[in-house]
Design a protein around this ligand. Sequence first.
Ligand code: FAD
Length: 608
Amino acid sequence: MRIVVCIKQVPVVSAMQFDATSKTLKREGVPTEVSSFDVRALIKAVDLVRAHGGEVVVLTMGPPQAREALAECLALGADRAVHLCDRAFAGSDTLATARVLAAAIRREPFDLILCGRHSVDAETGQVGPEVAELLDVAQITGAHTIEVNVATRRITSERETDNGFETVEVGWPALVTAAEDLAPERFPSKTDREQAKQKPIVTVTAAELPLATEQLGTSGSPTWVAGLETIETKRRGQVLTGDTLEQVVDQLVSALLKHGLFGEWQATAAPRTPAAGTVPRAGAKDIWVLGEVLHERVRPVTYELLGKAAELAQRMDASVTAFIIGAGAERHATECAHYGAQHVLVADHARLPHYDTELWAAIVADAIRTRQPGVVLLPATVMGRDLAPRVAARLGLGLTGDCIDLDLDGEGRLLQYKPAFGGSVVAPILSKTRPEMATVRPGLLDAATPDTSRRAVVERLPVPNQVARVNVVAQRRTAESAAALDHAPVVIGVGMGLGSAANLAALEPLAKVLNAAMCSTRDVSDASWLPRQYQVGLTGRAIAPQLYVAIGIRGAMEHMVGVRRAGVIVAINKNAKAPVFKAADYGIVGDYAEVVPLLTDRLQRARN
Ligand code: FAD
């Protein structure tokens, strides 16, 4: 079997620095590495080929120095490498990148393409699905297992969903993006590196690909970065002291009460006043929100998107359309109207029992083609992040993934605010194509206020009679409450300092009194104390609770980037030198086993 692995060379995110004056990222002297999810994809490919025979070809598009990343991949076991290197590729966004990768992959037959779920610098997760669409192959995103049946030329894979796992089956050729657990981390030995020097790295230039110049680089990119802003939050870094632990805990409780715990939480950032006044906008205006239904209920992020859509629509004198897909979807139309949709498009059919990338993409892409909305918004959930790039690639549209906010510029163009480099910067992105498309992170925008007197025009759309290439074999709900992390006002973060999974029970009374959701560090997920969906950080999810309590967490940058948008951060750690104290507002130095029961008791009293 022939496996192509697409990799990206990225700067080591923890070494990146933002220059606030020049508003640029300082890249000089910053070490680079192969993006972490890509490494997992590569290791899995190497293991599959070792078990079943074949060849692993590693592919990257990047500047001359990306050759180093390819050399690293050869040392990790890839058989040969292809370096897509040309000045014409510079400035490519995800779609322009995907075009080049797809054109290069098409030069030779392949069975599987593996990519990382997303790159750890840009974090878009779009290139994989866009390559799949351009090559017209099925995709599985966020896979944490792959089993190959060479005889039937099929793979079975378990992929992460927002609340558990889904086992799917697909025939070759297919594209799979790797979740963190797809393969254990491995590092090449000195001998591996020496032997890798004999393996070929072939350079391919733009002239060797059947692509026109205007499809490449900046000119071939439907999106562009309109600037760079820092979103650094200043933390107090106040380690609480006192003669006794009781005194210290009391100080923390009174500080939290002052912030509004158990009452009206004090805003830590100035409230964002939506810009007023109408903005002229040429061309299509209608704003579409692709809703998501999970377990028979509309996911709250849909109402957040409808809230934002209503705000934007008012400013550009446009209308808001909700779009819902699935068997029984029509029953949610009334609710979408209550939350501000003036039109509801419904694709409701027994052929849509569960989300299927290609079927959903066909429905959405056809509707966009025929109705030509101005803006299309999707949730940056597992579903939205899987679907949006597929649709964007099909229609040749610009897409900004995982936005934290949206606005309009003076010309009525959609400003799509996208965090990057672990959330250390946020870049306003603009699209050259219409509709402008974006996915938006759940939990960050204000939900629309429902009004049961509102009515909408409901329209049913045809559902194509298309055979699914990916069969869903089973679904497991193992991380039911992980989805709640998107909206939980209080979150307790669990670190390795807890000592063992059994000690999680010791945090339950605290979680109860705070009505808190739980999340974990990567090491805790690696140890399987909590499922991967609970992992917060660079390679996990980003959360924005009003209060984050980090317990037994060291405070590695890779974890703390995931809680940058938390209102107040409290750290409990027995090591006074742990970096978490600098990244927190309040810290207590102590053993969690002593601090947590006392804190729970004091909070209970305060609440009562
Ligand atoms: P540790 O580093 O083991 O820290 C445990 C802490 O508990 C220590 O500070 C210790 O003092 C304290 N402690 C011990 N006993 C007690 C006690 N009894 N009471 C109180 N405190 C105690 N990490 C993430 O979390 N999320 C990510 O998404 C992520 N992505 C990564 C991506 C890359 C590319 C890399 C290289 C790393 C990533 N990491 C991520 C890992 C990260 O660098 C850290 O290794 C991880 O966050 C550490 O987890 P921890 O704080 O639970 O464990």
